[in-house]
Design a binder for this molecule. Structure first.
Ligand code: PXL
Length: 278
């Protein structure tokens, strides 16, 4: 059985990070090995939460994995709680990534033109370094701007232009190297729809979805988990993104119709079967 290591927090409420990755990766028939970086009573969007930082446990946990001698077909990273944790994750990648490991880095840092409250410029710099080691990254538009050193306001000023999507794709393409083979820009709003842009060395494509309400917790984590699992299985990225977009669209629609609070995440549990049937 294929195996993916997922480095991230476990949050009691919010359907994000590990509580998103474990069911998605498992339902696709892949062993999901959690590497917990923190335990939270709820994700950080709630007005109050208890945060148990596991940074000091990282090396001991990693050493035990090394002792077991296990290797991974995929490694997935997302939300990072501190610059120290970023350094440790960087070291984990150097130790565990082989030529046959798919490393997907979701460069969680910012949204809607703003860096998240729990992120700093120092941490963003470290996330950018980790992203350079990835095979696939899944930034939103704000994160793409940080990684490509482009001003968010300069990009969004073009948001009604006919070539808006092509322009964003060309910025994404500028990040591609021999190591970083694919940039998937997520959640771009254009002409009343939401676009996921898949940019590889010699190909570009866009997958559109319907918009239901605003942003919900955990959608990026669910998306990245589907893509990492499908990539490990050798599914072409365009097909993987089409499946992930459909899965998210249905789950968001269900939550929107139910009036779910954005912090509680989306009703993805009902649609795990969509992933398997694609
Ligand atoms: O979904 C990203 C995420 C993951 N983990 C924690 C978070 C967030 C987003 O806010 O707070 C703890």
């Amino acid at each position: 059985m294929k195996r993916i290591a997922v480095i991230g927090d476990i949050s009691g409420f919010g359907r994000c990070s590990l509580t998103a990755s474990i069911p998605v990766i498992s339902s696709l028939g892949i062993e999901c090995c959690p590497f917990p970086t923190a335990v939270l009573s709820a994700q950080t969007g709630y007005s109050s939460y208890h945060f148990i930082d596991l940074t000091s446990e990282f090396t001991a946990y990693e050493n035990e994995w090394e002792r077991l001698g296990y290797r991974f077909d995929g490694i997935l990273t997302g939300y990072i709680a501190s610059p120290t944790q970023a350094d440790l994750i960087d070291g984990f990648i150097d130790k565990f990534k082989t030529d046959s490991t798919v490393l997907l880095v979701d460069p969680v840092m910012a949204d809607d033109g703003e860096i998240y409250g729990t992120y700093s410029n120092e941490l963003c710099g470290k996330v950018a370094e980790i992203a350079k080691k990835a095979d696939i990254i899944t930034p939103n538009l704000t994160e793409l701007c940080i990684l490509a050193d482009v001003k968010y306001a300069d990009i969004t000023a073009k948001s009604t232009d006919e070539d808006y999507i092509e322009f964003i794709s060309s910025v994404a393409e500028s990040l591609i190297t021999d190591t970083l083979k694919a940039v998937i820009v997520t959640g771009v709003r254009y002409k009343g729809e939401i676009y996921n842009l898949v940019c590889e060395k010699n190909s570009r494509c866009q997958i559109k979805s319907q918009i239901f309400g605003g942003s919900y917790s955990g959608t990026g984590d669910l998306f990245a988990s589907v893509i990492c699992a499908k990539a490990v299985q050798g599914v072409p990225l365009k097909k993987a993104v089409t499946t992930a977009s459909k899965f998210l669209e249905k789950s968001v629609q269900s939550s929107f119709n139910e009036g779910t609070d954005r912090n509680d995440g989306i009703n993805f549990q009902k649609y795990l079967k969509v992933l398997k049937n694609e």
